[in-house]
Design a protein around this ligand. Structure first.
Ligand SMILES: N[C@@H](CCC(=O)N[C@@H](CS)C(=O)NCC(=O)O)C(=O)O
Length: 208
């Protein structure tokens, strides 16, 4: 597999999930390197010293180290499902800023010194915006699955899983159905493939 782009990833990271899904949807072949966040490989840090996953290292040495940029790079190569037809950069940016802020402070109050109830309520308020959008169509930018859905649902999945019984009592029936469809999709299943932690010298593992 020499010459394939290399994707450094962490299975449970929502940013890495959306990058893996876009790569899979594009059909672009990449070598998948599963990392452990507390022991990031030197090769990854040499490519991207900021030390976040995902990181894509292209065959010509260029480095793409933001998950959305990896999604857009893969879909620019090939977009057979027309995910770029379901893009909403402003909504995705708001998810990454506002919703992620509340998600972290709800899920990890001890890390942030935060009041989880306050941030849980703010998260639900943000999700009620999605609920309103989903009144018009099955997905965020229309009936077809698009980039916005894939960029956002991994974070909603984390939020829902923090206290599933409570989440299920919230007035978010369309968000729940939308989330279930994405979590239950064969593509998500493929993106959540379990691979051993990568170490230098390992035989390459291909995503997909
Ligand atoms: N803006 C980045 C954020 C990526 C990010 O924060 N990933 C987390 C894992 S979910 C990470 O690598 N954190 C570094 C660490 O925990 O050491 C992106 O979209 O790729």
């Amino acid at each position: 597999m020499n010459g394939l782009p290399i994707l450094y990833s962490f299975r449970r990271c929502p940013y890495a999930m959306r990058a893996r899904m876009a790569v899979l949807a594009s059909g672009v072949a990449v070598e998948l390197r599963e990392v452990v966040l507390r022991a990031k490989p030197d090769a990854m840090l040499a490519a991207s010293p900021k030390g976040t996953v995902p990181v894509l290292v292209l065959a010509d040495g260029r480095v793409v180290d933001e998950s959305l940029e990896i999604m857009r790079w893969a879909l620019a190569v090939c977009d057979p499902l027309d995910w770029l037809g379901g893009d909403d950069a402003a909504l995705i940016a708001d998810c990454d800023a506002t919703f992620k802020h509340h998600l972290d402070r709800y899920k990890y109050p001890e890390r942030h010194g935060s009041d989880p109830d306050e941030h849980r309520a703010a998260g639900v308020a943000w999700l009620s915006g999605l609920e309103a959008r989903l009144a018009h169509a099955a997905n965020l930018c229309g009936d077809a699955v698009g980039l916005a859905d894939i960029a956002i649902f991994p974070f909603v999945r984390q939020f829902a899983a923090t206290d599933r019984a409570w989440f299920d009592t919230q007035a978010l029936p369309r968000v729940r159905a939308w989330l279930a469809a994405h979590v239950g999709s064969p593509l998500f299943d493929r993106a959540m493939l379990r691979v051993p932690r990568w170490q230098a010298g390992d035989a390459p593992v291909r995503l997909g």
